[in-house]
Each structure stands twice: as structure tokens, then as C-alpha cells.
Design a protein around this ligand. Structure first.
Ligand code: HEC
Ligand code: HEC
Length: 344
């Protein structure tokens, strides 16, 4: 009986409190509801690069600092008048991996340590960070294709490659395994529903880009040291056709979030259409051709915007290069569904 009375009293008191504070309680319940609804937003992982002052004063610290220096001033070491080799065209890793690989949506390295080794359809097997760095040397810095194929790229066991990997690993050291932070690499822009327009792209390019990259797209060399003040966007000294920047979607996203120099994701200077069209104009210009016949052992897994065959679908080469990519993406989805589950 006493227990019953006590329960009743409790219920009665709760009711009284709820009545008195009903607005507060409604607010309380609502805020719980909305904060639960927002959980997916909160699951995004935001990364800030560790401060370079945190680099330890040790042998490892020395290696990390050297790796950073190589990313920032690659041409000083690898050419064309580099102290280690003379084979690269003169670009720096930092030309594309902005602010030493730390800029939000500026091709930053935040996901490299946490997500590699990673299964790559392009390779048909797992790839390590070291292999990825070598890939960027070969394709983005176009070193293996240069006049003399021997000893052009640094050896994967060299002090330099190890230092670059040490720097990239240090940058991503706090990112939990498997997590790709928001702002890593480049964004996926909304796709156009039509082919990107190279002629319009050329017009905007002339308006917004040639003050630095020049009308001929070949950039401006440093007057007093190796490498470029403004890097080349095409031509022999630029990245080759095997590079990820040659994919329209990667280039368009990079341009919208970072160019003209000083633009950011928060303060872009080009709209979506302009970014795609300028990218199409740049992709239409000549550059070194890499033999990519060993890439994509299963051509059906190729990204929609890979501008070299063979293809498993029937879309034209032109559509793979300039879009529209929506129909190809649909085809790829179906292909993936009907083939082996992708290894990720
Ligand atoms: C011409 C531009 C360009 C240059 C120069 C360049 N890269 Fe890259 N790099 C890219 C692009 C584009 C990607 C692909 C990112 C993606 O998959 O979306 C990439 C990817 C990478 C990745 C993998 C990042 C990840 O999260 O998957 C690493 C590591 C890397 N580059 C290292 C380097 C190093 C080291 C150098 C200098 C030796 C270099 N890159 C030079 C454009 C470039
Ligand atoms: C004020 C000078 C300036 C302007 C204007 C400018 N850029 Fe750049 N751009 C740079 C610099 C400097 C870099 C290299 C960044 C670094 O090393 O930190 C760069 C890098 C690039 C890269 C990657 C490296 C390469 O050579 O491929 C691309 C692509 C690019 N710019 C495209 C454009 C486009 C497209 C426009 C016009 C919308 C543009 N830029 C306008 C200065 C400029």
C-alpha cells in the first residue's frame, strides 16, 4: 500500500512539474529530437594539420622536415636543374597539393595515412602510400617519361621517398584508421547535364587565369631559381595524361575551390559551369602522353572521366573526356552491382 501511494505521489508530482514547466520540457524534448536528427552531420571528421612546431626534435623529426621541404620545393631537388636529378618538368608537389598538402579541398593529404594501403581499381590491387607517391612522380611530375628513362624517378627506398612518406604520415597521424576527413583531396562537384564547353572555357580562362599561367598555359619560370613561379597547365613540363589532374572532375573541383590563386571553398570566384568549362579547355590542350595500357585491368571499373580506352561501355571517347558523365555514372553503378563486390 505504501509503495502504491509512493508511486502515485511520484506520478502526481511529475505531472505537476511537467505542467508548470511544460514549455521548457517541450523545448527540451525538441532539442533532443533535433540533435539526434543531426547526428549524420556530426559524424563528419574535420581535420586541421598539426603545427609544424610540433615536429619532434629527433631523427624522425628531421626526416619529416625534409619530406615537407621536398613537397614544397620539389623542383629544387628533381629538376630540371635539380640537385638530385634533372628529369622533372619543374613542378612541385605543392602546386597541386596546396599549402604543403594541408589546404581544405586543396588536394590535402589528410586521408593518406588513414586510408592506405587502399584497393585501387586502376591497379587491380592494393596500393601503399609509397606507391602512390611514386605514381605522382611518374604521372603528375611526368618524370619517368622524360628523355632518359633510366634513374629518372627516385627509388622507392631512397631517402627522399621515405622522407615524403614520413611527412604525409605525420600529417595524418591523428586521423582514425579508415576515416576520410571532410576536405581531403578534392570535392565532387555537381555534374553538368551536358557536355562541358571548351570554347566558353577558353573565354573565362583568358579573363581569369592568364595573368599568371599565361595565354599559352605554360606558366612563368622563377627568375632566380629552378622551377616555376606560376606552374604550367599543359605542355611538356606539365603533368601527363596518366595523372589524376587529367580527369575533368578532379581538375574542375580543384579549380573551383582554389583558383584563381587565393580562392577557397568558402569564397569561390567561379561558378560550377565555369569551373567545368575551364577544366575542359585545359584538358583539350596538348600534354605528354603516358602509356596507360596496363591501368584498369577491369575496364568496367574505370572512373567515368578517364580519357583513354579501352572502355567496357559504349559511350564515346568524347563523352568520357568532356561529359555528360551522369549516364556513364549510372552505367558504372549497374556494372558494379552485377559484378563482384568491390574490395574497399
Ligand atoms: C599535377 C598535380 C599534382 C602534382 C604535381 C602532384 N600530385 Fe599528388 N595527387 C594529385 C591528384 C589530383 C591526386 C588524386 C586525389 C584523388 O584521388 O582525388 C593526387 C594524389 C596523391 C596522393 C594520395 C592522396 C590521397 O588521399 O589519396 C599522394 C600521397 C600524393 N598525391 C603525393 C604527391 C607527391 C608526393 C607529389 C610530388 C612528388 C605529388 N603528389 C604531386 C595531383 C598532383
Ligand atoms: C594570381 C596568380 C594565379 C591566377 C590568376 C591563377 N592561378 Fe592557378 N596557380 C597559381 C599558383 C601560384 C599555383 C601553384 C600553387 C602553389 O604552388 O602553391 C597555381 C596552380 C594551379 C593549378 C595546379 C598546378 C598545375 O600547374 O596544373 C591549376 C590546375 C591552376 N592553377 C589553374 C588555374 C586556373 C584554371 C585559373 C583561372 C581560373 C588560375 N589557375 C588562375 C597562380 C594563379
Amino acid at each position: 500500500m505504501a509503495v502504491y501511494r509512493w508511486r502515485w505521489l511520484c506520478a502526481y508530482q511529475t505531472q505537476k512539474i511537467l505542467k508548470r514547466y511544460r514549455f521548457i520540457s517541450i523545448f527540451f524534448v525538441c532539442s533532443i529530437f533535433f540533435s539526434c536528427r543531426q547526428t549524420p552531420v556530426n559524424t563528419k571528421y574535420y581535420w586541421t594539420a598539426p603545427d609544424t612546431l610540433e615536429i619532434p626534435n629527433s631523427a624522425l623529426g628531421k626526416e619529416i622536415r625534409y619530406g615537407r621541404e621536398l613537397v614544397v620545393n620539389t623542383s629544387r631537388y628533381f629538376g630540371p636543374d635539380g640537385s638530385i636529378s634533372i628529369y622533372s618538368g619543374g613542378m612541385n608537389c605543392q602546386n597541386c597539393h596546396l599549402e604543403a598538402g594541408t589546404k581544405f579541398w586543396g588536394n590535402n593529404f589528410s586521408a593518406a595515412f588513414s586510408t592506405y594501403p587502399k584497393y585501387k581499381d586502376r591497379r587491380g590491387e592494393y596500393e601503399s602510400v609509397t606507391q602512390k607517391v611514386m605514381d605522382c612522380f611518374e604521372r603528375s611530375l611526368n618524370v619517368l617519361l622524360s628523355t632518359d628513362h633510366k634513374q629518372s624517378a627516385p627509388d622507392s627506398n631512397s631517402r627522399e621517398i621515405k622522407a615524403i612518406v614520413a611527412y604525409i604520415s605525420w600529417l595524418g597521424k591523428n586521423v582514425p584508421r579508415g576515416v576520410k576527413p571532410e576536405g581531403a583531396q578534392t570535392r565532387d562537384l555537381p555534374l553538368l547535364d551536358h557536355r562541358a564547353d571548351t570554347a566558353y572555357g577558353r573565354q573565362i580562362f583568358y579573363l581569369k587565369c592568364i595573368s599568371c599561367h599565361q595565354k599559352n598555359g605554360l606558366g612563368v619560370k622563377n627568375p632566380d631559381k629552378p622551377g616555376y613561379q606560376y606552374p604550367p597547365l599543359w605542355g611538356k613540363q606539365s603533368y601527363n595524361t596518366g595523372a589524376s589532374m587529367y580527369r575533368l572532375s578532379r581538375l574542375a573541383a580543384f579549380i573551383q575551390d582554389n583558383m584563381p590563386f587565393g580562392a577557397t571553398y568558402e569564397q569561390p570566384q567561379l561558378n560550377n559551369e565555369e569551373a567545368w568549362d575551364i577544366a575542359a579547355f585545359i584538358c583539350s590542350q596538348p600534354r605528354e602522353i603516358m602509356d596507360c595500357s596496363k591501368d584498369w585491368p577491369d575496364p568496367g571499373t574505370k572512373f567515368a572521366d578517364i580519357a583513354f580506352g579501352p572502355y567496357a561501355d559504349t559511350f564515346s571517347y568524347g563523352q568520357h573526356k568532356y561529359g555528360p558523365f551522369g549516364p556513364i555514372e549510372l552505367w558504372r553503378k549497374n556494372y558494379k552491382k552485377n559484378s563482384q563486390p568491390a574490395k574497399q
